[in-house]
Write a protein of this length. Structure first.
Length: 134
């Protein structure tokens, strides 16, 4: 459990997912630039491989076994939210998992646990390290 969390301190899961979406997008963009991509066309094409609901659901599945109880709780509450507006191109399951994944990231950003955030995101992307062409 994170000692920085109590239920009353966290924003809504929708707000956490919103924050997590931005933080995850920044992580992906930084990762791609670090891999040597520099053309906007290439960066945008590669970014789409990571920021879709399907890709984010897969990222969650890769780290699920590592999560602490409060991290699982935030994921579960966000994924089970009744306020989801699923895009037409995503399955219900993937969209719920992606929303939970974003809320989990948003929670770690909110409590300023950069070390844990980096640990989980690096683990989620381990299998993708060589996917991007330079």
């Amino acid at each position: 459990m994170h000692d920085k969390i109590t239920g009353a301190m966290l924003p809504s899961t929708q707000a956490l997912a919103y924050l997590g979406d931005a933080a995850y997008s920044l992580f992906v963009r930084r990762m791609l630039v670090e891999r040597g991509l520099s053309k906007a066309k290439d960066l945008n094409r590669e970014t789409l491989k990571y920021v879709t609901a399907e890709a984010q659901a897969e990222m969650y599945r890769r780290i699920e076994h590592l999560l602490l109880d409060d991290e699982r709780d935030v994921f579960r509450r966000a994924a089970n939210s009744t306020h989801l507006n699923r895009p037409k191109h995503a399955s219900v399951t993937d969209y719920r998992y992606a929303t939970g994944f974003e809320a989990l990231i948003g929670m770690l950003v909110w409590i300023k646990d950069e070390e844990r955030l980096e640990e989980l995101l690096k683990e989620a992307h381990k299998e993708n390290e060589n996917d991007t062409e330079n």
